[in-house]
Design a protein around this ligand. Structure first.
Ligand code: HEM
Length: 185
């Protein structure tokens, strides 16, 4: 659970995020991708160039600040994020990297306005949101691994057929290198 003080402080920062959220998330991405190249390969560079990634994260952070006292409103959004993360193999160990860069970005973008109490409140709130996502994502990984023909993490596949469908479309047919079963759907 998040403390009442944290809820009030995080909620009070929602108007700043509504106004400056994209500046913050742009700064955050630049910071994280230059300092933590180990997570860079997860991110789609064309989404970054178009700004969709920055807008999605700014929107999520602002929505979280606005609804921190009624998180049920965010259930649908949390599920979408968890599914997206699970498709990309985002794991619990990546959350501290994002958290550290997000908190440092709040400090660097807001300057003196980022008081210790704001930083501490956001640290607690980020930890809470992370734990919800990590738990949901680990359930998704387990469900995928436990289904017949399922697996956890990455699995090697071989291209068994390549077929030209038109002048600029080619179909690649893949089979598991271990010749094992695949999920039905
Ligand atoms: C509380 C923490 C986090 C929040 C609120 C969050 C939020 C989001 C949101 C809103 C999206 C867009 C989902 C969509 O496309 O519909 C997203 C996508 C994504 N997130 Fe997270 N995320 C968090 C943590 C992380 C962590 C720890 C990583 C790992 C490095 C990560 C990596 C990604 C990636 C790679 C995408 C896809 C971006 C793209 O290429 O377009 N996120 N996240």
């Amino acid at each position: 659970m998040i403390s009442q003080t944290t809820i009030e402080i995080v909620k009070s920062t929602a108007p700043i995020l509504q106004e400056h959220g994209e500046v913050l998330t742009q700064h955050f991405y630049k910071r994280m991708l230059s300092r933590n190249p180990e997570v860079a390969s997860f991110f789609n560079t064309s989404n970054q160039e178009q700004g969709t990634q920055q807008r999605a994260l700014a929107g999520a952070v602002t929505a979280f600040a606005l609804h921190i006292d009624n998180l049920e409103v965010l259930a649908g959004a949390v599920e979408l994020i968890a599914q997206k993360h699970a498709a990309l193999q985002i794991k619990a160990e990546h959350y501290p990297i994002v958290g550290e860069n997000l908190l440092a970005s709040i400090q660097e973008v807001l300057g003196d306005a980022a008081t210790d109490s704001i930083i501490n409140a956001w640290a607690e709130a980020y930890g809470f949101l992370s734990s919800i996502l990590i738990e949901r994502e680990s359930t998704i990984y387990k469900e995928k691994a436990d289904q017949p023909g399922g697996w956890d993490g990455f699995r090697d596949f071989e291209v068994v057929k390549k077929q030209a469908e038109s002048s600029n479309i080619t179909s690649f047919y893949l089979k598991p290198a271990d010749k094992g079963a695949l999920p039905q759907s």
